[in-house]
Ligand binder design. Sequence first.
Ligand SMILES: Nc1ncnc2c1ncn2[C@@H]1O[C@H](COP(=O)(O)OP(=O)(O)O)[C@@H](O)[C@H]1O
Ligand SMILES: [Mg+2]
Length: 291
Amino acid sequence: MSTEIWTNKVPADAGPLDVRPLPNRTDPVPTAPSAPVLSLRRVSKTFGRVRALDTVDFDIFAHEVVGVVGDNAAGKSVLAKVIAGIHQPDSGELYLDGKPITIPSPSAAHGVGIAAVFQELALCDNLDVVSNLFLGRELVSNGRLDETAMERITAQVLGRIGARMPPVRTKVAGLSGGQRQSTAVARAMLGSPRVVVLDEPTSSLSIAQTAEVLNLVEHLRDSGHGVMMISHSLADIQAVADRLVVMRHGRINGEAPMTDVSYEDIIAAITGVPNELTRDYQARALLREPL
Ligand SMILES: Nc1ncnc2c1ncn2[C@@H]1O[C@H](COP(=O)(O)OP(=O)(O)O)[C@@H](O)[C@H]1O
Ligand SMILES: [Mg+2]
């Protein structure tokens, strides 16, 4: 039996959170919308004996970046894949605009306005940017591929997400890591999703390319999307996230507005040292009303 102990009450002598200014944050925090676009409640998922998600409550609001952190195997990607319709939860509920939904496949996710980009970018190196965006869903006019329309839309989408790209007929093999990530995001943006899920979008990118992707994330947020960004880089999360969610062993181990948490609190929540962030989450989870 697990002997893990969870502190479910905020002790009377708990002091205020250690709040300190965050270095990279210059933009104003957007006004908090009142209701989440997407909510998960008590979602669990096991693979054999591995409990990848354990009664997870998770919300995504419009106009915000929710940063998800946690150690390796904490369940971050599985959470993203449940939202993207790749994995089905064993139990628990999902709600879109407060209404119960199921997301039985990635195309169902696409259909309800959820776009996801995973670490393993599914791009074809030997095809150009346009062909990658429309792979498997090419536009046809009079029985022929409508290359002009696809080029035009590609340029529009890249412009809309604020990506800096070479000409759209450049082969993906010739793109930088940041530009590849932009191409994958642009592909996900076809169909105008409301929620964008990014799993480790900056891993294996240079500093300049990372900055480019973080700009893109902010651009998505500022144009009204709800963005879930998983990252192992706390610097990236601190730079763009409005809200922080910490996962550990398949559970949510803390949640707070980004400006309310210190680096030390985040590390403690990731590694399982009970602290203000984890205690606060546990206390609020006890009070949470069911949807
Ligand atoms: N398709 C799968 N089959 C079996 N086990 C899986 C699968 N996907 C994830 N897991 C397991 O679930 C746990 C959480 O994985 P994951 O969400 O990928 O972690 P991370 O937080 O590093 O993204 C890990 O123990 C992982 O091995
Ligand atoms: Mg992962």
